[in-house]
Design a protein around this ligand. Structure first.
Ligand SMILES: Cc1cc2nc3c(=O)[nH]c(=O)nc-3n(C[C@H](O)[C@H](O)[C@H](O)COP(=O)(O)OP(=O)(O)OC[C@H]3O[C@@H](n4cnc5c(N)ncnc54)[C@H](O)[C@@H]3O)c2cc1C
Ligand SMILES: Cc1cc2nc3c(=O)[nH]c(=O)nc-3n(C[C@H](O)[C@H](O)[C@H](O)COP(=O)(O)O)c2cc1C
Ligand code: SF4
Length: 426
């Protein structure tokens, strides 16, 4: 019998670790396993203890299990934000807990234990803690993971048709979508050439490789690279797919996963020298020295503001939409925004960008905000024309990921998997 408790409720007025130990002592001798979580479902602000997110340290709840373990004889389990094989090993080896439990880690990769026990740690898909799985779809009764494309549809996947034969597949673009399409196509027995015009696989998200709270995405890119190599995929870096290259390679199938570019709405001055994109600012934070104004308070704008503020930079965030329309995104980041004294200026529309300032309209009035940099976080524009140029170059053609419709990891991964599963089936 396993009993789950919170080692501490982790809020003022709730119980702390001393009472957690007292509860565990009462259970000792009755339960076989005491499973130690943290937080209180009904106390606002403790959810990041129960479900650690991107800003929390690896193994943040282990200390509660370790404290309880000193006082009981039965087995003690820990849980919360764990899926790194080395960390799992260390927890058990060092005796902090007897068992490590995972929820999201196993949604993300149900084969995690088998992979670790057979020495295939590098193949483990580690949970990104992005919370997509506990979003709307879960409430509707299905559990989808952003980077495990078979999740939520395991039964259907087992019944999907298999390709009638092997096809020659050219994947254009080595971002999240292109890498996943290449992996799935290889797993189904196709000959795959994956071309990336840049010098590295990973796509737009490579810009966040120095961002501490996004390090799991970098690990995921490394995992995908490893699997591509293991599958013997023909990966060609520094290779732009053009109609000419398609004529040369004569693929049966083209998968266009070309990505997108920063959207630039018609604001006078938006192409000025003082204007950079969020991707550029993430790639090189020194471009955002001085005082910066970020346009757009979606996920990208908010994460960028937090990142820049954590480096000690001065940031203001303007959002054209009102708080009633746009504040949902900020709610996810409330703790971090407060930590750095950041507040989104809702209902503030940039009407002109000047070399040393932005003219802003808010509540019917205009004012000029001096700034040294303007950073665009206004969404992305898909590379449709570039995809169209490849459309007639093979009998079978798929356009996926941001290049079809800018979205997120889940959309890019899901579309890639679906397209690759369809190859040669119809
Ligand atoms: C700053 C930022 C942060 C983000 N953070 C998150 C997040 O935390 N979570 C989340 O779910 N989503 C996030 N997203 C969205 C997510 O990154 C994208 O939806 C996803 O990465 C899209 O992948 P993709 O493969 O379609 O495109 P991309 O990653 O853009 O990859 C396209 C690739 O194609 C290559 N290419 C283009 N043309 C050619 C050609 N002709 N030949 C060969 N190669 C070519 C490009 O060089 C590029 O590497 C973020 C987006 C941005 C901009
Ligand atoms: C989809 C989903 C459903 C969950 N349902 C419950 C639940 O019913 N009761 C509960 O105590 N915890 C529930 N949890 C919380 C997990 O048991 C776990 O404590 C939490 O997700 C942190 O672990 P993880 O980082 O390994 O996901 C759920 C988590 C997820 C992701
Ligand atoms: S959706 Fe995100 S949080 Fe959920 S299991 Fe997958 S990677 Fe982890």
């Amino acid at each position: 019998m396993e009993v789950r408790i919170s080692g501490s409720e982790a809020f003022e007025g709730g119980y702390g670790i001393d009472e957690g130990i007292a509860i565990a002592k009462q259970l000792d001798g009755h339960a076989d396993i005491i499973h130690v979580s943290c937080g209180n479902l009904f106390a606002p602000g403790t959810d990041f203890h129960t479900h650690p997110g991107i800003f929390q340290d690896e193994g943040m709840n282990v200390k509660y299990a370790a404290a309880i373990k000193k006082h009981v004889r039965c087995a003690v389990a820990t849980i919360g934000g764990l899926s790194d094989p080395d960390v799992l090993e260390e927890i058990v080896a060092s005796g902090k807990a007897d068992i490590v439990e995972m929820a999201r880690g196993l949604i993300c990769d149900p084969d995690l234990p088998a992979k670790i026990s057979s020495g295939r740690e590098k193949e483990v898909r580690r949970c990104l803690r992005c919370f997509k799985c506990v979003g709307q779809d879960y409430q509707d009764g299905r559990l989808f993971c952003a980077i495990n494309p078979a999740s939520g549809k395991e039964r259907e996947a087992a019944r999907l048709p298999r390709p009638s034969g092997s096809k020659k597949v050219l994947v254009a673009g080595g971002g999240i979508a292109g890498m996943q399409a290449a992996i799935t196509a290889r797993e189904l027995g196709h000959e795959v050439i994956l071309c990336e015009k840049g010098s590295e696989l990973g796509g737009v998200l490579l810009c966040e490789r120095d961002v501490p709270f996004k390090k799991r995405i970098g690990e995921y890119i490394e995992r995908q690279k490893h699997v591509l190599t293991k599958l013997g995929t023909d990966v060609r870096l520094g290779t732009e797919v053009t109609a000419g290259l398609c004529r040369e390679l004569r693929p049966d199938v083209i998968v266009a996963a070309l990505g997108a570019e920063a959207a630039r709405p018609p604001i006078p001055g938006i192409r000025g020298e003082n204007v950079i994109t969020a991707v550029e600012a993430f790639s090189d934070a020194s471009l955002a020295d001085g005082n910066c104004v970020i346009l757009g308070a979606g996920t990208t704008g908010l994460e960028l503001a937090i990142y820049l503020a954590s480096l000690g930079k001065q940031v203001r965030i303007l959002e054209k939409r009102g708080a009633d329309e746009a504040a949902d995104a900020a709610a996810t980041y409330a703790g971090q925004l407060a930590k750095y004294g950041l507040a989104v200026e809702y209902g503030s529309e940039a009407v002109e960008i000047l070399p040393d300032s932005v003219r802003v309209r808010a509540e019917g009035r205009e004012e000029t905000l001096p700034c040294s940099r303007v950073v665009l976080a206004l969404g992305l524009k898909p590379l449709w024309d570039e995809a169209d140029a490849l459309r007639g170059c093979a009998a079978e053609f798929y356009q996926i990921g941001d290049c079809l419709r800018p979205g997120n990891l889940m959309a890019a991964t899901g579309a890639a998997w679906t397209a690759a599963r369809n190859i040669g089936c119809f």
